[in-house]
Design a protein around this ligand. Structure first.
Ligand SMILES: *[C@@H]1O[C@H](CO)[C@@H](O)[C@H](O)[C@H]1NC(C)=O
Ligand SMILES: *[C@@H]1O[C@H](CO)[C@@H](O)[C@H](O)[C@H]1NC(C)=O
Ligand SMILES: *[C@@H]1O[C@H](CO)[C@@H](O)[C@H](O)[C@H]1NC(C)=O
Length: 434
């Protein structure tokens, strides 16, 4: 702020040594003097100029005036310190604004956290405080006046001096009022500036959020209905995708998908199919340090697949009720086969396919430790065993076949709990990635 404190200094301007009260009031004024910071601010009233140096009345008035001046200085300091707070806040806001601009492409969550810091203290608090101070000063002045009035009858005090003092008190009061009004004005201006700044920052953030939301919306209109992926970034029991379509009764199936995960230990559950009475009708899971497993009707086969290197992989699993024969493919290559996995069991219809979570009851009771973490796409299902050549053609990007019982299409997949859909990298980029 200003380097100078404006201090209210009461001075008896008097060149003569005569008693001021007797010589007239004109030469006696309250003077608002600029004093450099750090100056000794003790009352400059010169004792030689005092009207009646021994009068206790004057002594008390003088003390009151000194107290008033100190009060004003304190108020000033309060305001100055609050201005410091507001300045600091302003610079915080400026940083926040700059950050927000420079991170235009960052995720939404970066904006949702509170970057505002502390808000300025309510200015009405200060104004109230000033009001209280004013009131107590007025009370004291009135009290003093009353005493003066009372003591006049005793003839102890010359009328002129009494009038002079009264005038001075009135002057002082009006100066105080002016100062308080000024301080209030200043405070209100600062508060308005801060408010305006915060408003601007909020507007900027809001428009950024709107743009991000629009971008996200336009993202959901994918180039074609199958060119999207589901992202499950956290191991939780509430992020998941759900296939709107159920399965018919089946005596064989092939399920294929693209996966990208670096979760450890175990990538979790890419998908599970639960039916009433059997939550583990079909489950693909890699849990803890176990290898990947296929469950059919709660029977288990261990699969020789390993995909948790953070790159895209294409996997397919085939199964037939005949002898419970199964095959496991990774990136177009058949890495394992087996039999006696739920042989002669027909896959039950009418259940729920969940992406990313293992179901303990149909469509629910997920377990965070079994959740899939990563990205998943082209989850397609057929009610037959696909040929190796079909599978390798899909895996090397030379063909794309939608599943005949579950095709991967945008409208068929819902996401929940913060799981998101995003555009899928083109097939060649996924290949290059792996
Ligand atoms: C007025 O007189 C009373 C006693 O009569 C005294 O207590 C009081 O301090 C006096 N007031 C002033 C302002 O001198
Ligand atoms: C601050 O804003 C209030 C309300 O908008 C207004 O009444 C007041 O005059 C403003 N003060 C200053 C100093 O601009
Ligand atoms: C992709 O796989 C199919 C089927 O196995 C094969 O005929 C084709 O040559 C492969 N293409 C490439 C580029 O590897």
């Amino acid at each position: 702020m200003r380097a100078l404190f404006v201090a209210l200094l009461l001075s008896y301007a008097s060149g003569s040594g005569k008693a001021a009260g007797a010589s007239g009031a004109k030469g006696n004024r309250f003077v608002c003097t600029a004093v450099p910071a750090g100056t000794d601010l003790s009352c400059p009233v010169e004792t030689t100029n005092r009207v009646q140096s021994t009068s206790p009345q004057e002594e008390e008035l003088r003390n009151t005036i000194i107290q008033l001046r100190e009060t004003i200085l304190q108020q000033k300091e309060t305001i100055v310190s609050q201005q410091g707070t507001i300045k600091e806040l302003n610079s915080k806001l400026a940083r926040c604004e700059a950050d927000a601009r420079s991170r235009g492409n960052a995720r939404r969550k970066d904006y949702s956290k509170n970057t505002m810091g502390d808000l300025p203290r309510d200015p009405t608090e200060t104004v109230e405080q000033l009001g209280k101070t004013m009131q107590s000063l007025k009370d004291r002045l009135e009290n003093l006046e009353q005493q003066l009035r009372a003591n006049t009858t005793g003839g102890m005090f010359p009328n002129e001096l009494r009038d002079l003092l009264k005038r001075r008190l009135t002057d002082l009061e009006s100066q105080l009022l002016t100062r308080v009004a000024e301080l209030e004005e200043e405070k209100s201006q600062l508060y308005n500036e801060t408010t305006a700044h915060r408003q601007r920052t909020e507007n900027t953030l809001n428009s950024l959020l709107e743009r991000i939301t629009e971008l996200e919306k336009s993202n959901s209109a994918f180039k074609s209905p199958e060119d999207f992926k589901v992202s499950l970034p956290l191991r939780t029991n509430y992020l998941y995708g759900r296939i709107k379509k159920s399965l018919p009764e089946m005596y064989a199936f092939t399920v294929c998908m693209w996966l990208k995960s670096s979760a450890s230990p175990g990538i979790g559950t890419p998908f599970s199919y639960g039916v009433p009475g059997q939550a583990n009708e079909i489950v693909l899971i890699e849990w803890g340090n176990s290898p990947m497993e296929l469950l059919v009707n709660d029977k288990v086969a261990q699969l020789p697949l390993a995909v948790s290197d953070g790159r895209w992989h294409h996997i397919c699993i085939t199964w037939t009720t005949r002898d419970g024969f199964w095959e496991a493919y990774q990136d177009g290559e058949r890495l394992g086969t087996g039999e006696n996995l739920a042989p002669w069991h027909p896959i039950k219809p009418g259940g729920v396919i969940i992406l990313g979570q293992e179901q303990d009851i149909v469509g629910g009771r997920f377990d965070a430790t079994q959740a899939f973490v990563g990205e998943l796409s082209h989850f397609n299902m057929w009610d037959r065993v696909l040929r190796p050549i079909d599978i390798s053609a899909m895996a090397n990007c030379s063909a794309y076949m939608p599943g005949n019982v579950v095709p991967w299409v945008d409208a068929n997949v819902e996401v929940f709990g913060g799981a998101t859909k995003a555009a899928l990298e083109i097939c060649e980029d996924r290949l290059f990635d792996s």
